[in-house]
Design a protein around this ligand. Structure first.
Ligand SMILES: Cc1ncc(COP(=O)(O)O)c(C=O)c1O
Length: 464
C-alpha cells in the first residue's frame, strides 16, 4: 500500500495538486517502490490523509489509468498494472514558462496594411449585433463555398469596383488570395500541364504549380506587361497580376490584355487574374479587370480582403466564369474549404451597410499620401543609389538599385536594422536580371517612414 506520506504536496507549487499526486505515484511505480498488482489506498482515505478533496484523488487516479499505470476494478479499487518490458521515459520536467512574444511587421514591410486604421468600433458593433440577432449565422451559416450573403456582397463589389458581371453562385470564398491561387491551379491545369507565371512574380504561385507537378514557363515582362505565350507551346494556364504587377508595380496595357484574351480563346487556355490590391489606385481612372473585358469567359478572377481590410482575417475569393463553376465546386469539395466561417456573415453585413466602403475610402486617402511621400523621398534622397518609378497604385514601391549594390545584402542588413526590405532579385528565377529594394508604402505614417528611410540610407552606405 502506498503510504500517504509517499505523496508530498507542495501547496506553493504552480503544479496542480492532482498532478503532484500523479507524479508521486508514477515515480514510485517506475522506481519499483510500487510493484505490479499493488493496491493503492482508497480515494477517500488518501484524500483525508492529504487534506484534499476526494475528487482530486479520483482525477489523479483516473489520469494514471488513462496513462496505463493503474487499472480500476469495481469493488477492489485501483491497482498497479504490469509494466512488462516497456521502457519508461525519464521523469519529464515541464520546460520553464517562456514569455510568448509576437513580432510585429518591420518598418516598410511590403504588403502590410496599417492595422491602426482598422475600423475597430464599427466592426465590433457589427459583430455584436450579429451575435445578438443571428448567432447561428456565425458558426453554421456558411457552406463550403462561403456565406451566401458574403457571396452576394462580393458579387456586388466586383461589379461596382471592377466591372465584372457575376452572379453570387460564381463567387467562392477562400482563406485568402493565396489559397484561391492554389485552388484555381488545381481546377484548371491538366496533370502535366504548363503554367505561365510572371518573372518576377509572387513566389507562392510557382511553389503551388511545382507542388502540383506542373511545368513552369516564365513570362518575362516588358513595358506592356507579361509576354504572351505562343499558341501551341503547351501552356494551359497563365497566372497574371494585370492591374498592378507584383512586385514591379506597372499595369498591363489594354493591347496586351486583349492579346492574352485572344491567346486563351485560341489555345483553349485559362487566365488566372490575381487582383490582390487593385482597390489601391491613387490617380486616374480605375483600370477595368481583365475578367471584365474577357468576352470569351476564360478568365478566373481572384480578389483578397487582406490588403483592404486585414491580413489576419484571412479571407479572399474567386469569381469563376460560368463555364467553370461546376469544376470549381468540385475542386473545393475535393480539397476541403479552408476559409474561416466566423467572420463571413459579419463581413457581409459590414459591406452591405456601407461601413466597408467608408473604411476603404479612408485608407485609400491615407495610403495615397504615404505612397506619394515615399516616392518623393526616394526620388530626392536616394537618387545617387537608384531610381523609382511612380505607378500611382498598390502597396509597394521598388527602388531599382544601381549596379554595384547588392539588393540581397541590403535587404538582409536592413532587416537587422528593423526595416523590412525585400530583395527584388528574390522574386525572379533569372540570376542578375533584377536588383532593387521592395518597400511597403502603407504600413507606416510619415514620421515612421522618414525614420525607416534614414536607417535604410545608412545601411546602403555601409554596404557600398
Ligand atoms: C500578388 C499577390 N497575390 C496574392 C497575395 C496574397 O493575398 P492573401 O493575403 O489574400 O493570401 C499577395 C500578398 O501579398 C500578393 O502580393
Amino acid at each position: 500500500m502506498l503510504a500517504p506520506a509517499g505523496v508530498l504536496l507542495d501547496r506553493n507549487s504552480e503544479l496542480p495538486i492532482f498532478e503532484q499526486i500523479c507524479a508521486a505515484i508514477r515515480s514510485r511505480i517506475r522506481s519499483g517502490g510500487l510493484g505490479s498488482g499493488a493496491r493503492l489506498p482508497a480515494t477517500r482515505a488518501l484524500a483525508a490523509d492529504l487534506g484534499v478533496a476526494r475528487a482530486t484523488v479520483v482525477t489523479a487516479y483516473e489520469q494514471l489509468v488513462a496513462e496505463g499505470y493503474l487499472a480500476a476494478r469495481r469493488g477492489s479499487g485501483y491497482r498497479v498494472c504490469a509494466m512488462g518490458e516497456v521502457e519508461l521515459p525519464p521523469d519529464v520536467r515541464p520546460p520553464p514558462v517562456q514569455e510568448l512574444t509576437v513580432q510585429g511587421p518591420l518598418l516598410l514591410e511590403a504588403g502590410e496594411p496599417d492595422m491602426r486604421l482598422f475600423p475597430h468600433g464599427a466592426w465590433a458593433k457589427c459583430v455584436s449585433r450579429l451575435c445578438r440577432t443571428r448567432p447561428t449565422d456565425l458558426l453554421t451559416g456558411c457552406g463550403p463555398f462561403g456565406h451566401p450573403q458574403l457571396r452576394q456582397a462580393i458579387a456586388a463589389h466586383v461589379r461596382d469596383w471592377r466591372g465584372i458581371a457575376a452572379r453570387p453562385e460564381q463567387v467562392f470564398v477562400t482563406s485568402g488570395a493565396t489559397e484561391a491561387l492554389d485552388l484555381c491551379l488545381s481546377a484548371l491545369a491538366s496533370g502535366s500541364g504548363t503554367i505561365g507565371v510572371e518573372d518576377p512574380g509572387f513566389p507562392p504561385i510557382r511553389q503551388f504549380a511545382e507542388a502540383q507537378g506542373h511545368l513552369i514557363r516564365d513570362l518575362c515582362l516588358d513595358d506592356q506587361g507579361a509576354e504572351v505565350p505562343t499558341v501551341g507551346d503547351g501552356t494551359d494556364v497563365v497566372a497574371l497580376t494585370p492591374s498592378h504587377q507584383y512586385p514591379l508595380g506597372g499595369a498591363m496595357s489594354a493591347g496586351r490584355r486583349q492579346s492574352f484574351v485572344a491567346w486563351a480563346a485560341q489555345s483553349q487556355g485559362w487566365i488566372i487574374e490575381d487582383d490582390y490590391d487593385s482597390e489601391f489606385r491613387y490617380a486616374g481612372r480605375p483600370i477595368p479587370a481583365l475578367a471584365s473585358v474577357d468576352s470569351q469567359g476564360r478568365t478566373v478572377y481572384i480578389g483578397s480582403f487582406s490588403k483592404i481590410f486585414s491580413n489576419g482575417l484571412r479571407l479572399g475569393y474567386i469569381v469563376a466564369p460560368d463555364r467553370l463553376v461546376e469544376q470549381m465546386r468540385r475542386t473545393i469539395l475535393r480539397k476541403g474549404a479552408r476559409a474561416s466561417a466566423m467572420p463571413q456573415a459579419a463581413l457581409a453585413d459590414f459591406m452591405l451597410q456601407g461601413e466597408f466602403y467608408r473604411h476603404l475610402r479612408r485608407v485609400r486617402r491615407v495610403y495615397a499620401e504615404r505612397h506619394r511621400t515615399l516616392i518623393e523621398r526616394l526620388g530626392r534622397d536616394f537618387a545617387d543609389v537608384g531610381e523609382v518609378v511612380d505607378h500611382h497604385a498598390g502597396m509597394q514601391v521598388v527602388l531599382h538599385l544601381r549596379p554595384g549594390l547588392s539588393d540581397s545584402k541590403i535587404a538582409a542588413e536592413a532587416r537587422k536594422n528593423g526595416v523590412g526590405v525585400d530583395a527584388l532579385s528574390s522574386f525572379s528565377r533569372r540570376a542578375g536580371a533584377f536588383n532593387g529594394a521592395v518597400l511597403g508604402a502603407c504600413l507606416n505614417d510619415l514620421d515612421e517612414q522618414q525614420d525607416a528611410l534614414q536607417r535604410l540610407r545608412r545601411v546602403i552606405s555601409s554596404t557600398e
